[in-house]
Design a protein around this ligand. Structure first.
Ligand SMILES: [Ca+2]
Length: 202
């Protein structure tokens, strides 16, 4: 009897523990459901998000060439835009040099008096390897380029508008100053067509 009694008691205790454990889980899940926003982003997401905001976007908007170019790794840089025609690859712009990205930025900064760039935040970040040194990053952008005063674009417009999605590959590398950081190594731009932009207005 004694033995049996002990065994029953053990079972009861076990069940109670299980119930107690399940309650804890329920509380934890409950908390996560109520307030998911307070979960801080991982260091990778925070760093990548900061680079896009404080160097890539701010450098372009303030036409600060060095700041803008510090968003990119020089070695192995690759750029590809579908030029707003994703059904036709003949007009795509593709290059694999950091210098060409720089020349393109110099050209834009020379020809437009003001640039306004809006990006979706935070970007979607997917870490691609176990070492956490490579990530695929997506965001949405809206950009407006204003021509200098007294000039206009064909049709009399004072600004050029573009919108679309960016798909970046970021890598975590040594920046040459003994510090490792995330920067863009590959940038694919899927630009919206005029029809796609107009569809977002409705
Ligand atoms: Ca195209």
């Amino acid at each position: 009897m004694y033995r049996s009694h002990t065994s029953d008691s053990g079972l009861v205790s076990c069940v109670l523990r299980l119930v107690s454990l399940l309650s804890c889980v329920a509380v934890l899940v409950g908390c996560a459901d109520v307030d998911p926003i307070t979960k801080p982003p991982s260091p990778e997401v925070a760093d990548i998000s900061a680079l896009l905001r404080d160097r890539w976007k701010q450098g372009y908007e303030t036409e600060d060439l060095e700041l803008y170019m510090s968003s990119f790794w020089k070695d192995g840089y690759f750029y590809w835009s579908d030029m707003a025609t994703d059904d036709n690859v003949d007009d795509d712009v593709i290059f694999d040099s950091w210098e060409e990205e720089r020349d393109s930025a110099i050209n834009v900064f020379k020809n437009y008096r003001n640039i306004e760039l809006e990006i979706s935040e935070p970007p979607e970040v997917k870490i691609l390897n176990e070492d956490k040194t490579r990530a695929r990053v997506r965001n949405h952008y809206k950009i407006q380029f204003y021509v200098p005063e007294g000039t206009s674009l064909p049709g009399g417009y004072e600004a050029y508008y573009a919108e679309g999605d960016n798909i970046f590959i970021f890598e975590f590398r040594d920046n040459g100053d003994g510090q490792e950081e995330w920067r863009i190594t590959r940038w694919q731009q899927k630009e919206y067509s005029k029809e796609e932009i107009e569809a977002t207005w409705n």
